[in-house]
Design a protein around this ligand. Structure first.
Ligand code: MSP
Length: 513
């Protein structure tokens, strides 16, 4: 079994500071990366910034800055955000790095050599905001100006000499590829959109621009810069040291296990990217997953709409793990979702403070009073004990399947149900009434501690720092977390010391403070 796992986020435009939508893509990618690591996989997790093109050039001009200094400044805010979000990424790539430019030019040369690229003239619509070409029927009038129907972004008319990639020749091969790889595009509703787009007919794609200079030069013709999407998509292999195919990173991790992206950029990842790769004779990633948007009200959050939720502000008020938990649990993964202060507060109070945090505290303080902060010796398990403990054994493979199918919500539901079951168990078994039956009291405490261990391991990918705080009870360190161990009931060593821990999540009393 291949134990390598390569996951990527989109690389973000450093045209303005990051918002919640960016944070969302990165946080969910981090869940999967962390999960596969504790499952024993060799994980490579990549994120970064997409720094070329007209959008960035114009944003820099607006600030009176040269594009590179502008990118240096804003790319840093994305890099800082990845720390604030506690991402476990292995690399952060910038498309302005030399390693990337070399890789892109190499790919270009191969495509040119294989006669997949030819010089002609582009006349049509272009959206700088989307960095995308649109045909007449993809554009509509709105209040006297032209916008792209799909994104609502303004488009402008462009006429210039341009290199074209022979995308039209890949239509049938792409359709064959989708049917042979039914899980390449997920969720499946998105797959159908892509397939009908490809079936409706692919035109050759303009892959260079001549009217501005902020980009990677076409090696054989320095008047042109390479189309920013061809440049950007290549980050997924340039970060693995492509074209050095003997490089360990490239050998281990390409093709990628999953490109996690927002649904807005599916066409680039599920149509253009595999076509470029197939044309160059490079293997194609195994999966592209297009998640939904985080909405502010009913609208996609974006700088131009002025409705940006600042992840840093939310984290300052509620803490990172609360936000991470909320996004995993309350957003139906694959669909759009939104964040409201009210929903966030109730999620923190009910799930994190009450069901999880308080449960950990209750069990540890009961242990302190009755078992001297030691793992008690268990007697034989009763039916009630086994019902609770066995959930993790019986559903073990299902849980892994949920993650491998990016069914984050089923994974979360299992945790939430287990927490309810654990709290109910502790209340029903009422160890405080068992002082005359110490073996039973000890067994209840043992089972409750086992459940804290199992649930905290399951929560590690979602709320890593809180899970690690809870696992301190058992002196379990990050490097020792092993998902497999949730199947077993006898991982706690009798008479080992347990540690008291600080409160994991505080209840929020004052609304809108
Ligand atoms: N630079 C390109 C991606 C190149 S990948 C080779 C780009 N950048 S972006 O900064 O505009 O957006 C990147 C991603 O951020 C989106 O695909 C999506 O994953 C995420 N989001 C941006 N706004 C979002 C929301 N409002 N909600 C959820 N995610 C969204 O496109």
């Amino acid at each position: 079994m291949n134990k390598n796992f390569y996951i990527t986020t989109p690389i973000y435009y450093p045209s303005a500071k990051p918002h919640m939508g960016h944070a969302y893509s990165s946080i969910v990618a981090d869940f999967f990366a962390r999960f596969k690591r504790i499952q024993g996989f060799n994980v490579y997790f990549l994120t970064g910034t997409d720094e070329h093109g007209q959008k960035i050039q114009r944003a820099a001009e607006k600030k009176g800055m040269d594009p590179l200094s502008f990118c240096d400044e804003i790319s840093k805010t994305f890099r800082d955000l990845s720390k604030t979000l506690n991402l476990s990424n292995n690399d952060f790539i910038r498309t302005t790095e030399k390693r990337h430019a070399e890789s892109v030019q190499n790919l270009w040369n191969i495509l040119e050599k294989k006669k997949e690229i030819y010089l002609s003239k582009y006349s049509g619509w272009y959206s700088v905001s989307d960095e995308a070409f649109y045909s007449d029927d993809e554009v509509e009038d709105k209040k006297g100006s032209k916008i792209a129907k799909s994104s609502g972004s303004p488009v402008e008319w462009v006429e210039e000499e341009s290199y074209f990639f022979k995308l039209s020749q890949w239509q049938d091969k792409l359709l064959k590829f989708y049917s042979e790889n039914p899980n390449f595009i997920l969720p499946s509703a998105r797959k159908n959109e892509v397939i009908s787009f490809v079936k409706s007919g692919l035109k050759d794609l303009s892959v260079s621009r001549k009217s501005f200079s902020w980009g990677i030069k076409v090696p054989s013709n320095n008047d042109h810069v390479i189309y920013v999407w061809l440049d950007a998509l290549t980050n997924y292999i340039s970060a693995l040291n492509y074209p050095n195919e003997n490089d360990k990173l490239y050998k281990n991790f390409w093709p990628a296990t999953i490109h996690l992206i927002g649904k807005d950029i599916l066409r680039f990842h599920a149509v253009y990217w595999p076509a470029f790769l197939l044309a160059a004779g490079i293997s194609v990633p195994k999966r592209v997953y297009g998640h939904g948007w985080i909405l502010a009200g009913d609208e996609k959050m974006s700088k131009s709409k002025g409705n940006i939720l600042d992840p840093i502000e939310i984290i300052d008020i509620y803490g990172l793990d609360s936000l991470r938990y909320y996004l995993a649990k309350e957003v139906s993964f694959g669909n759009d979702g939104n964040i409201s202060q009210e929903k966030l507060e109730s999620c923190i109070n009910s799930d994190l403070a009450n069901n999880y945090g308080n449960y950990c505290q209750r069990v540890v303080s009961f242990n302190e009073k009755n078992c001297n902060l030691l793992i008690p010796k268990k007697d034989s398990f009763t039916k009630e004990d086994l019902i609770l403990l066995d959930r993790f054994k019986v559903d073990f493979n299902k849980l892994i399947n949920h993650i491998d199918n990016q069914d984050l919500n089923s994974y979360m539901n299992f945790i939430v149900e287990s927490l309810f079951a654990a709290n109910k168990y502790f209340n029903d078994q009422a160890p405080w009434n068992k002082k005359s039956d110490i073996p039973r009291l000890n067994t209840i405490v043992y089972v409750s501690l086992e459940i804290i261990r199992k649930i905290s391991i399951m929560l590690y990918p979602i709320i890593p720092s809180s899970s690690l705080k809870a696992l301190k009870i058992f002196s379990i360190k990050e490097k020792d977390i092993n998902f497999d161990s949730i199947k077993n009931h006898n991982q706690l060593i009798v008479n080992n010391k347990i540690n008291k821990i600080d409160i994991l999540f505080k209840k929020i009393d004052n609304k809108n403070d």
